[in-house]
Ligand binder design. Structure first.
Ligand code: NZQ
Ligand code: ZN
Length: 389
């Protein structure tokens, strides 16, 4: 097991009705609040009205219309401007991962005099950020409990993971009832995202039993509970299990003491979302089985087989290679069974720009680094994209 330091400074407030504590959590942080949200889901499900009532007594500014795959030139820069012009004390992000991610980038940009893109791309170090509190309404990214945000800049086909310790939310309210209104395909995509977060960590070169057990349990819980929630969207326990998994899955606690993996599926998916603005979890679900197939070798087969046996109940009497192949088939079939379109063509991506995207990934994502579980060249990436068509 490797040496590690672990610290998540976020106050996690989980459960039905917890949002009532919002005023007492915000009050010690500040009076001037920038309330950020997306395209209107919180107005439809009543959360907007609720938050406005809870913010009685605070000075409230609003930034609405944050897009899925949040955009730098509109949402981030608008938010930074509002914060600077009004001397905002705290950002309250209410929505899915896109709203929380965008708010994190705004929080850092508000404390920086130069171009915020330089912070997002790690060209200059982040020295400070405004505090972010969030009410997360989508179970998916884990942005509520991690120090990352992913920002898109379609003008340059960039989708960049911005990770810095200043980006941990100060507090996150996680109420599973807010996810009752998430459309089924969006929920399935969120679960696929969380499963991929676990798989990215599971496939590393220095595993240990404790971490493996946590990750296998997380995958099994997601697989079981997404089926229940698809059947009955208002099943609180299923929604709560899904949400807790999603919250913890991207925070690196599950792979504590293990080797880094390089997160290859995410590296490749960033290009799909950047070039075609597709839903992140869907892109990941399409890539995952093709990536596994591509990296299947004598060296990786035992680990893929272990995943298949412990997560999907693949027959442990099969040969290692057969068990690994079965694990890949099960992964594909599971994503398909929860309604995810499993071919790039289904989401409007054809062969035209595959080579350009593979080049972009190879240039920007560092997937050929030796620490990546199985390093990928530009040609490997292109092959995986082609196999996903
Ligand atoms: O914009 P509104 O109207 O709020 O609607 C959203 C949006 O259309 C809707 N939605 C959210 N909560 C809802 C709801 N609809 C009904 N009821 C609710 N309770 O769902 C749509 C998608 O929302 P979005 O925030 O984009 O989804 P998600 O949470 O999956 O976030 C995706 C973004 O997060 C990034 C992705 O790349 C993508 O840009 N990621 C962030 C990570 C992180 N911070 O650590 C890690 C992930 O790997 C991921 O890359
Ligand atoms: Zn993800």
């Amino acid at each position: 097991m490797r040496n590690f330091e672990y610290c998540t400074p976020t106050r996690l407030i989980f459960g039905k009705g917890v949002v009532e504590k919002l005023p007492s959590v915000l009050a010690p942080i500040g009076k001037k609040v920038l309330f950020t949200y997306g395209g209107g889901s919180i107005k439809k499900n009543g959360l907007y009205e609720k938050v406005i009532k809870l913010l009685d007594g605070f000075e409230v500014f609003e930034l609405s219309g944050i897009e899925p795959n949040p955009k730098y030139s509109t949402s981030v820069l608008d938010g930074v401007r509002i914060c600077k012009e009004n001397d905002i004390d705290v950002i309250l992000a209410v929505g899915g991962g896109s709203v929380v991610d965008c708010s994190k980038a705004i929080a850092a940009g508000a404390k920086y005099d130069g171009e915020p893109w330089d912070l997002i791309t790690h060209k200059v170090p982040t020295e400070a950020a405004l505090p972010v509190v969030d009410i997360i309404t989508m179970a998916a990214t884990g942005s509520e409990y991690d120090p990352g945000g992913v920002i898109s800049r379609p003008e340059t086909n960039d989708k960049v993971g911005y990770i810095d310790k200043h980006l941990y939310p100060v507090a996150s309210f996680v109420d599973p009832t807010y996810t009752f209104s998430v459309p089924k395909l969006q929920m399935a995509a969120g679960v696929a995202d969380a499963m991929n977060h676990v798989m990215e960590q599971y496939f590393n070169s220095d595993p240990h039993d404790f971490a493996d057990g946590m990750m296998e349990a997380s995958l099994k819980s997601l697989i079981k509970n997404v089926k229940i929630a698809l059947e009955n969207p208002e099943d609180y326990n299923a929604r709560a299990e899904i949400f807790l998994n999603c919250t913890l899955d991207c925070n690196n606690i599950l792979s504590i003491g293990e080797a880094p993996s390089g997160w290859p599926m995410h590296g490749m998916e960033h290009a799909l979302s950047a070039y075609y603005d597709i839903t992140h979890g869907i892109g990941l679900a399409i890539l995952a089985p093709r990536w596994m197939k591509h990296i299947l070798s004598e060296k990786t087969a035992p680990r893929i087989a272990k995943y298949g046996i412990n997560v999907f109940g693949v027959d442990k009497n099969l040969s290692v290679t057969d068990a690994a192949e079965k694990a890949i088939e099960e992964t594909f079939s599971f994503f398909e069974s929860i309604g995810i379109p499993m071919y790039l063509k289904d989401v409007g991506i054809d062969e035209t720009r595959l080579a350009e995207m593979a080049h972009h990934v190879a240039e920007n994502e560092g997937l050929d680094n030796p620490y990546v579980y199985v390093p990928l060249t530009e040609n490997d990436i292109l092959e995986i994209f082609k196999a996903s068509l």
